[in-house]
Ligand binder design. Structure first.
Ligand SMILES: Nc1ncnc2c1ncn2[C@@H]1O[C@H](COP(=O)(O)OP(=O)(O)OP(=O)(O)O)[C@@H](O)[C@H]1O
Ligand SMILES: [Mg+2]
Length: 514
């Protein structure tokens, strides 16, 4: 565990950044209203709040991505113009955004130093930059070769490139918008170390996170936002997980997970996988029963998402058999899988799940159009009704259903995918990191929904890097490593320790003997 270092904020220090009375509206609707806060040098300042509370918007105002409608931002006590990210960068403000922004065609090293050096310098200093890249990645304990094409990296890998890019600049303030959402275990620990060492070096970090334990562990100050308004700013010592939740939601949350209903491994087999081989999947077999929630755990890179995609026919399988409801799934297209009653909520909503340019309504009803148009035409009213209903059930927070999905906050985009799934009422649901970026209150709503759907006889596969989530929800868990299932755990034997032991089996011993 990372320990908080004693970089106590001196209260009379000159703030690095002062945000004063800032308001930002979209189409007349305020996303932030009259928000003020100060970030002191050498501190970690966190922002917490529900999905859509305005956290990213505030981050974007400070990093020059958005311009406030009202209010001022001061740097070192003087009003400052932050009208573009470049301008913010010239003042030492860098961002690691919620939606990753790497250039997929360039190498990792090129991405890291992009825009820092003029192109001719780049050509001359290639070797030197390579050296700097290696130093940086060593300091961060990252393991990405400088020449690898960034677009071929996993989400976690792409994020690591973004982190290196932020640190390669002479930053005074690093804004991190949900930096650990796509990371797991050791990578999270490494990032925590980085955050603390930045603060120790006198830099400031503005951290946006839904992991309240992380926020409490790392922060000096914590600001809570609700509905675009500032609830309060407190020191981490004054805050607890439940006081933060109360501030975010305006109510308390009894427990994080719904009560477990009894395991139903006696239900009929709805999905059966035999000797499945696909990229990064090395011969996987298991059965999923009606009414069962099956967890899949493992480290980043263990092959969990690849398994999901292979089952859903999103990547070609090289061998093995998939049976849905007893019948072989011969076709190799996701469309047929959907028709046969299997739906996937993918890991990367931006690339695979969501049509960001289309309306919320279209995004939700897209897979269900067939059933909505049973009589040959789609009743607009019926569509509006059912879309509205399912959006309410998963608590998507939006002004209306005709706005483009790009206008939703990150967590609300994730919930939108759930609303779509509800409309399809599938027999098998594969959910890959279903609550990534979702706030604590909405997480509970999604858990309730998964448990409810299972109770109606759906078979559900939940892939998650959050062990608590797997343990809290699943009747049974499969642990993956190196593309294989290395352990199956059930009931009482399912806990953090047993899962981690299986996930790390072999790896730890190797490291210890080095
Ligand atoms: N470009 C945009 N157009 C319209 N509305 C927007 C736009 N960007 C943000 N909003 C709205 O502003 C509000 C705040 O969004 P923001 O992204 O700041 O939330 P957040 O606190 O970061 O949430 P999350 O935890 O889900 O990431 C939301 O209601 C969102 O719909
Ligand atoms: Mg956000």
């Amino acid at each position: 565990m990372t320990t908080r270092s004693p970089h106590h904020a001196v209260t009379d220090a000159q703030p690095l950044i002062e945000v004063q009375g800032v308001t930002k509206r979209f189409g007349g609707v305020p996303s932030l209203s009259d928000v003020s806060l100060s970030i002191l040098p050498g501190t970690v300042h966190s922002l917490v709040g529900e999905n859509g509370a305005g956290k990213s918007t505030l981050g974007k105002l400070i990093s020059g991505v958005l311009i406030p409608d009202e209010g001022v931002i001061r740097l070192d006590g003087h009003p400052v113009s932050l009208r573009t990210p470049r301008e913010a960068l010239s003042h030492g403000i860098v961002t690691i955004a919620q939606e990753l922004a790497i250039v997929p065609g360039l190498s990792a090293a090129e991405n890291v130093f992009l825009g820092v050096e003029p192109r001719w310098v780049w050509a001359v200093k290639r070797r030197e930059l390579r050296q700097r890249y290696l130093e940086l990645s060593e300091r961060l304990h990252f393991n990405i070769a400088p020449d690898v094409v960034a677009g071929s990296l996993s989400i976690a890998g792409q994020q690591q490139v973004e982190i290196m890019r932020a640190l390669a600049r002479q930053a005074r303030l690093v804004i991190m918008d949900e930096p650990t959402a796509a990371l797991s275990g050791a990578e999270v620990e490494a990032l925590h170390e980085i955050i603390l060492s930045l603060a120790n070096e006198g830099k400031s970090v503005l951290l946006i996170s839904h992991f309240l334990s992380e926020v409490l562990e790392l922060s000096d100050s914590i600001t809570t936002l609700r509905d675009g308004r500032l609830v309060r700013t407190v020191t981490a010592a004054e805050a607890t997980e439940s006081s933060l939740i109360e501030g975010m939601l305006g109510r308390t949350l009894e427990s994080a997970f719904p009560a477990k209903r009894s395991a139903t491994s006696t239900g009929e087999v709805v999905l059966s996988i035999k000797d499945l081989v696909a990229p990064k999947v090395e011969g996987v077999s298991f059965e999923l029963h009606a009414g069962e929630i099956l967890g899949i755990a493992g480290l980043v890179g263990a092959g969990r998402s690849e398994l999901a995609r292979a089952i859903f026919q999103d990547v070609r399988r090289k061998g093995g058999e998939i049976r849905l409801g007893g019948q072989p799934l011969a076709s190799r297209s996701p469309t047929v899988a959907i028709e046969r009653g299997m739906v996937m909520i993918p890991e990367s909503r931006k690339e695979m799940g969501l049509f960001v340019g289309r309306s919320l309504k279209e995004n939700v009803s897209i897979s269900a159009l067939r059933s909505l148009s049973r009589f040959g035409w789609i009743s607009a009213r019926r569509e509006r009704e059912v879309v509205g209903e399912s959006m309410t059930r998963v608590a998507v927070k939006a002004a209306n259903t005709v706005m483009p999905a790009s206008g939703l906050s990150g967590g609300n985009q994730q919930k939108l995918l759930f609303a779509r799934t509800l409309l399809c009422s599938p027999k098998v649901l594969i959910a890959d990191e279903p609550t990534r970026g979702v706030d604590v209150g909405s997480k509970r709503a999604i858990y309730d929904l998964l448990v409810e759907m299972a109770a109606t006889g759906m078979g559900i596969v939940v892939i998650s890097s959050e062990l608590e989530e797997v343990i809290g929800l699943a009747h049974r868990v499969l642990v993956m490593k190196g593309g294989r299932i290395v352990k199956e755990l059930e009931g009482e034997e399912m806990n953090q320790k047993t899962i981690l032991e299986a996930a790390f089996a072999g790896t730890l011993m190797v490291e210890e003997h080095q």
